[in-house]
Design a protein around this ligand. Sequence first.
Ligand SMILES: [Zn+2]
Length: 97
Amino acid sequence: MRPASPKEEIIPIVKERLFAEDVKLLYLFNTDWQDIRKIRSLSERIKCPKCSSSLIAMTYRNDEELIKIAKRRRVGRKLSKEKEKKWLTTWRSASLI
Ligand SMILES: [Zn+2]
């Protein structure tokens, strides 16, 4: 289901829209960590302070939906088409941050 090269299409869009704003960081596998940061203060390599994984998603500061989607996903529950799409977009961009 993954496009051959998602890097070019997703990252510029995400960064352009979020630059200069606070962003919410969400650790995707365990959903054990969330944080709000200034995008300019992000270091080159972001890691979850709890388990050191680098699979971190970046989203809008006021995005309350992503954590819910991630948690449903983690316990294997079904997602609506719209949420599934958001999840996939997030997942692809997360692995590239
Ligand atoms: Zn973690």
